[in-house]
Design a binder for this molecule. Structure first.
Ligand code: XUL
Ligand code: CO
Length: 443
């Protein structure tokens, strides 16, 4: 079990480490399903799920929205000096992460310490916090799943970062990514993420889309080459999202990003980080995006959260839909697991969730629902006819003319001859309701 790490101050006083207590427990501060060392399908739950805490939502997210200021007032956000304040925040983060038994965390550069317009000072501050984090990682065994640079909040990025029409802005993005890569590498980060919130456009009237996309590809090549020269062995992830904050983002969805990576020769180094609420914003299901990624050997990592049936924006709520996640775990298990990544809770507690315990309840719920989905999916794969039914739907391609077609041996004329000789095809059920019942039976 992870050792609980605190700094000089205990920020979550009176809250013990969260432990597995099973289904009969009525303790709201315990896991019912997530049993880190339990073996499922040949690996422990901890190894399958590789949960990570998102620094930005949990330790910077103040609950502010476009209609009102902060509602989450943090005890770790009090000191005047930015580095001292950032260290308090890191103490709070590691206390929380270790109390939650989260094996990983993820951050943007600006989550860790405040950035100003002074590049050299930002680099110095980040390095100081990297040294601090390194010590805490060593004491606790917690690891960095991925690092990233925030290239969307600062005003200079209002027209994009790597896709900005002004080269001067692109150079600033380069400086920031270099420092974020250095930090990730120094902390043994296992991956590095690019999410391009402003890499897109608001209006085509002022946008040369082709040129912007070529710049983005060049920028990614420079970042990748630099990191490799510094010895980074991990994977780069692109995180697709169709819109918000830009009207139209270039990394629209998994299929779009796959085409982009292929066109610009980036497939050897990059995979995808699929986020649930981004998938639904793109008009897909989470499962669809996972399957597209898996089909192209690009299923790297997950940003776990959920959207809202009524609202058309990225609400980033904690996951709690067992059907959605069971179907997701089926795809993940069938495709051999996440490639290098894990499950990062890119989710925030609500603006009116103002108790210290709320952050714990949110993560307990998220970890338990994924653990339950993992167990359920494993049972479905082992015991039900789910895989057989899908396989049998394609039986007509396993032999005879269907197999010849798959092997490229038939012409269009051959198809006509077959149709003529064999008459009208029989009606074969897709059995969707049956399969939905199978999923529910194992839940
Ligand atoms: C925004 C989002 C980001 C990325 C990292 O929607 O998901 O937080 O995960 O930049
Ligand atoms: Co995300």
């Amino acid at each position: 079990m992870t050792k609980v790490i605190t700094g000089d101050t205990t920020f979550f006083k009176g809250i013990d480490q969260i432990k597995y207590e099973g289904l009969n427990s009525d303790n709201p501060l315990a896991f019912r399903w997530y049993d880190a060392d339990r073996v499922v399908a040949g690996k422990t739950m901890k190894e399958h799920l590789r949960f990570a805490c998102a620094y930005w939502h949990s330790f910077n997210g103040t609950g502010a929205d476009p209609f009102g200021g902060p509602t989450h007032i943090f005890d770790w956000d009090k000191k005047e000096d930015p580095v001292a304040r950032a260290k308090d925040k890191m103490d709070a983060a590691f206390e929380f992460i270790t109390k939650m038994q989260l094996p990983y965390y993820c951050f943007h550069d600006v989550d860790v310490v405040d950035y100003t317009n002074d590049i050299a000072e930002n680099e110095r501050h980040l390095q100081q916090l990297v040294a601090y984090a390194k010590q805490k990682q060593e004491e606790s065994g917690v690891k960095l799943l991925w690092g990233t640079a925030n290239l969307f909040s600062h005003a200079r990025y209002m027209n994009g970062a790597a896709t900005n029409p002004n080269f001067h802005v692109l150079a600033h993005a380069g400086a920031q990514v270099k420092a974020a890569l250095d930090a990730t590498i120094a902390l043994g980060g296992e991956n590095y993420v690019f999410w391009g919130g402003r890499e897109g456009y608001m209006s085509l009237l002022n946008t040369n889309m082709k040129r912007e996309q070529e710049h983005l590809a060049k920028f990614l090549h420079l970042a990748k080459d630099y990191a490799r020269q510094q010895g980074f062995k991990g994977t780069f992830f692109i995180e697709p999202k169709p819109c918000e904050p830009s009207k139209h983002q270039y990394d629209y969805d998994a299929a779009t990003v796959k085409g982009f990576l292929q066109e610009f020769d980036l497939l050897d180094d990059f995979k995808l980080n699929i986020e649930v609420n981004h998938a639904t914003l793109a008009g897909h299901t989470f499962q669809h995006e996972l399957q597209v990624a898996a089909n192209h050997n690009l299923l790297g990592s997950i940003d776990a959260n959920r959207g809202d049936y009524q609202n058309g924006w990225d609400t980033d709520q904690f996951p709690n839909d067992i059907n959605e996640l069971t179907e997701a775990m089926l795809i993940i298990l069938e495709s051999g697991g996440l490639q290098g990544g894990g499950i990062n809770f890119d989710a925030k507690i609500r603006r009116n969730s103002t108790d210290k315990l709320d952050l714990f309840y949110a993560h307990i719920g998220g970890m338990d629902i994924f653990a339950r989905a993992l167990l359920t999916a494993d049972q479905i794969l082992q015991k039900s006819d789910y895989l057989a039914i899908r396989k049998n739907r394609y039986a007509a391609f396993d032999e005879g003319a269907g197999a010849d077609f798959e092997h490229g041996k038939l012409t269009l004329d051959d198809l006509r001859s077959f149709a003529l000789a064999n008459g009208e095809p029989e009606t074969i059920s897709g059995k969707q309701e049956y399969l939905e019942n199978v999923i529910n039976r194992y839940i």
